[in-house]
Design a protein around this ligand. Sequence first.
Ligand code: GRF
Length: 211
Amino acid sequence: MSDQMRIAVLVSGGGTNLQALIDAQAERKIKNGFLCAVVSSKEDAFALSRARKAGIPEFILARKDYPISRQYDEALIRLLDKIGVDLVVLAGFMNVLGPDFCSKYKNRIINVHPSLIPSFCGDGFYGLRVHKAALSCGVKVTGATVHFVNEVTDGGAIILQKAVEVKDSDTPESLQMRVMKEAEWELLPKAVSLFCEGRLQIEDGHVRILE
Ligand code: GRF
């Protein structure tokens, strides 16, 4: 197990994307890596129960205990140093990580965003807001994107994307659910496995997937 990549998943909420990773791991779909820690920025995140049930060490680093976001990032770096982490996965993590964190884990942080970047992304586009914006724009297709994280919100190199149909009858909630089911829960474990297998190569800000 020692040459396996150590994956830490950062969460704040329900943790359905974490569950997709847990399920993928149980089905041996994450090659060459394992979930070594779940870190929550909220004490009462349901994601923590999912981690416990799966026997993954859980940690709470409450965002509310750190008035300044830089202090939060520093505490997070200290915690992840202690745990020993090769890959950081943001799965419904509701905090923006600053430049210090991003440079420490350069090309080793992956996020899932519920739209086809560069649409409906960037500061202020999170949770249901993304789907509300897609519906008010009237797009016929939306989707999800898994990307590397850099200092620019949702601006890092794109790893995988999948399109999802928008229906006339959609509400932000129904669209969010379809995007999660059809795209996010599939793409995130896939991207994590590709990373752990060493198959993601970044060239000029673009990701190439090695065969
Ligand atoms: C998902 O749409 C994810 O893309 C976003 O937060 C939503 C809920 O995630 N960042 P989860 O159920 O906590 O994984």
